[in-house]
Design a protein around this ligand. Structure first.
Ligand code: ZN
Ligand code: MN
Length: 497
């Protein structure tokens, strides 16, 4: 790539499709939990697209879309309707998708993101409701695509589309936008937000323009990104590609490009349709809908505390850093686990502010990494808030040291046994008998004469090394402060007396 002659600015707009958490599909009574169902078992004439059938709107899905609109600071339309979006594709059973064209349920909202202390407001153009399509499975034979299988189970599942304004200026902002958006939608419980399962899918419109320019240049649309990571990687790749095209005198053409994860590239798929290609027209089988103010009020009153509100409350109520509060409130499960742990704190606890900080540290540190390693959510784990509480009490009472507490906790996570019970059953208490520790110190010095002579030459690290040896001999059950003091004492006895 040549060095850019101009500085470029990136313009990104994200379209996010979200599968709603409804029991039944958008327009029929088929169950919507198709993820693990055998192919083509959750189908009926409506979602199979048979002629002569009538769609019936899923009330819950409309309610969840209104709730999402409200959580994203949108205006909720009093009058709304469904439209037919026509396009031929084998996964679309009817040859059209019931969607919303000019009267979406919600519009003109915004979402706040913060990156490196920089606050930005990203506009939300619209939030509308539509139906998901069937799933195609392309079967390859001898390296060539030979036939495709159709699973209609997903067809007709309630799908909400959130169209963001082209206000995003970097892949980092795009990722942050998605993280915040997902945490809001998970908080109000309208979706699982699982990207790998396709419950949350993101398409990105992207273009580059000379910095300072207000014009929109030709954009491409990228599809097929199924993780926050791949959205980020695909955008980074596409920015470079577009600048490269412009720098070498070419022109970016309007097209849809697919992200190929294992090759780390975007490839051209087809020229991008314009809205008129879809020949939208009002869905004749569904009467226009009126959303009355009373219904909106009720939904608004039922909205839970949103992640940003919760974050600000955590900062003021528990004196946490903004950063820790932000991380804790990203997931509803983690936030409530934190609060339950704090609520379970004994009145005898010496310092409640310090306790909040410790709980946050253990949750964001050891607990989070254990959950990651085991690919499990806090809700699905058997870890209880009281377990963290017990551990912190024992630390405060000096029954455990931090290294020992980490071991207890790992054991407790793995076997769902409470830390208190683990310590009571033995094997984890500190060695209380100083003579036992002293013997270990003497053994360590005798078997490491080099470290001892290094210490004599003034190497402080030698003492640290010996402390480590003693901790090893005592299997971590000695108090490191005591060990450190005893090591110094013994070395002085040897060399100075
Ligand atoms: Zn059906
Ligand atoms: Mn759509």
């Amino acid at each position: 790539m040549n060095t850019p002659l101009t500085e470029y600015e990136t313009v990104i707009g994200l379209e996010v499709h979200v599968q709603l958490k409804t029991k039944t599909k958008m327009f029929c009574n088929c169950r919507a939990d198709y993820q693990y169902a055998p192919p083509n078992t959750l189908v009926c004439p409506v979602c199979l697209g048979m002629p002569g059938v009538l769609p019936v709107v899923n009330h819950r899905a409309v309610e969840q879309t209104i709730a999402s609109g409200l959580a994203l600071n949108c205006e909720i339309s009093e009058n709304t309707k469904f439209d037919r979006k026509n396009y031929p594709y084998p996964d679309l059973m009817k040859g059209f998708q019931i969607s919303q064209f000019d009267m979406p349920i919600a519009k003109n909202g915004h979402l706040e993101i913060e990156l490196n202390g920089d606050k930005r407001s990203i506009g939300i153009e619209r939030v509308h409701l539509e139906e998901d399509v069937a799933k195609l499975q392309h079967v390859n034979k001898d390296g060539e695509e030979s036939y495709s299988l159709v699973d209609v189970n997903r067809s007709g599942v309630a799908l909400m589309e959130i169209v963001g304004d082209p206000d995003i200026r970097s892949p980092e902002e795009a990722r942050q936008y998605l993280i915040v958006l997902r945490s809001i939608l998970q908080c109000i419980e309208v979706t699982t937000g699982n990207m790998e399962e396709g419950s949350l899918r993101c398409d990105a419109n992207i273009s580059v323009r000379p910095k300072g320019s207000k014009h929109y240049t030709t954009r491409t649309e990228i599809k097929n990104m199924n993780s926050f990571r791949s959205v980020y990687d695909a955008l980074v790749y596409e920015i470079k590609r577009q600048i490269d095209v412009v720098e070498t005198g070419g022109r970016v053409i309007q097209e849809t490009r697919g992200w190929v994860e294992d090759r780390g590239v975007t490839v051209s798929q087809r020229s991008k349709e314009q809205a008129h290609d879809y020949r939208y027209f009002p869905e004749p089988d569904i009467p226009p809908m009126t959303i009355d103010r009373g219904w909106i009020e009720t939904i608004l009153n039922q909205l839970p505390e949103l992640p940003t509100e919760k974050r600000d409350r955590f900062v003021s109520q528990y004196h946490l850093s903004r950063y820790d509060a932000e991380l804790l409130t990203m997931s509803k499960g983690m936030a409530s686990f934190f609060e339950q742990t704090i609520q379970g704190t004994k009145p005898t606890c010496a310092d409640h502010v310090q306790r909040s900080k410790s709980v946050a540290n253990w949750l964001l540190g050891d607990l989070t990494s254990w959950l990651h390693q085991n690919s499990i959510t806090i809700e699905d784990s058997k870890i209880k808030p009281s377990h963290i509480g017990e551990l912190l009490d024992m630390l405060e009472d000096g029954i455990l040291t931090t290294p020992l507490a980490k071991k207890v906790l790992a054991h407790s996570f793995a076997n769902s046994i409470s830390p208190l019970q683990l310590v009571r059953e033995g094997g984890y208490e500190l060695i209380g008998d100083t003579s036992v520790v002293l013997k270990a110190v003497k053994d360590a010095i005798v078997s490491n004469p080099k470290a001892a002579s290094d210490y004599r030459l003034g190497k402080q690290t030698a003492a640290k090394f010996l402390v480590g040896q003693v901790m090893r001999i005592t299997k971590g059950k000695a108090d490191p402060v005591e060990v450190s003091a005893l090591v110094e004492q013994e070395l002085k006895v040897i060399y100075e007396v």
